[in-house]
Design a protein around this ligand. Sequence first.
Ligand SMILES: NC(=O)c1ccc[n+]([C@@H]2O[C@H](COP(=O)([O-])OP(=O)(O)OC[C@H]3O[C@@H](n4cnc5c(N)ncnc54)[C@H](OP(=O)(O)O)[C@@H]3O)[C@@H](O)[C@H]2O)c1
Length: 243
Amino acid sequence: MDCMSEQTIALVTGANKGIGYEIAVGLGALGWSVGVGARDEERRESAVQKLRAAGADAFGVPLDVTDDASVAAAARLVEEHAGRLDVLVNNAGVTGGTGQLPTTVDLEAVRTAVETNVIGVIRVTNAMLPLLRRSASPRIVNMSSSVGSLTLQTRPDATGPISAAYAPSKTFLNGVTVQYARELRDTNILINAACPGFCATDLNGFRGVRTPEQGAAIAIQLATLPDDGPSGAFFDDAGVVPW
Ligand SMILES: NC(=O)c1ccc[n+]([C@@H]2O[C@H](COP(=O)([O-])OP(=O)(O)OC[C@H]3O[C@@H](n4cnc5c(N)ncnc54)[C@H](OP(=O)(O)O)[C@@H]3O)[C@@H](O)[C@H]2O)c1
């Protein structure tokens, strides 16, 4: 354990593929030590090896955001590895499956989306907070989506499928982000929500029009905010996203 290390320590959840992997690439390129949070051992180790081959200081963190014991063990691992955490990127997310029209949705889809995209974020954040509080400049980034914006969803040109699970789970996540920012207002912790844009990943059958690397950029920006940066806000590459 080395609490005094100058190297910035980050943890990215769901970092074995997609946007999360590219966030790990970007933070690794800054010379940071990056924890690759992932639930599957093979996928996690293969991502860690790829990151190390590219020169990043990556370490594997077994982590299922829906599992209390797994998240508690992940916090212990980060503590043993680095003694503190500077940046947490809550990136892991699921859609909950197809067919999410509110009138016919399978309730299991709603539960799955909320369990991972909202409760998972709260579970991981609260487990990591004691380690984040030891940092000089703690940052938390919650990977949200513009489909969680009620302002954008109520416009005639609303995008994304009509959804009673995925989109509202991101609205819920945005709400939770604001409440954390309120509670943490008098600390040095900055917490914001990010929208990566529509990126080609497993999440959408690779139908997205942006690359995962492009999607990672806003999370990297929010992970590297200066001490007087914003908190409790929602951003994409173009700036503030309306709630
Ligand atoms: N792609 C887009 O266009 C888009 C747009 C807006 C927002 N987002 C958000 O961006 C984030 C990343 O999505 P992506 O597009 O990169 O999707 P992706 O390629 O499907 O990656 C999702 C990641 O989350 C992990 N994950 C899912 N459930 C988990 C759990 N219970 N515990 C730990 N890890 C878990 C996955 O791990 P496994 O490999 O083990 O499944 C994977 O690493 C998500 O929060 C998503 O909602 C994406």
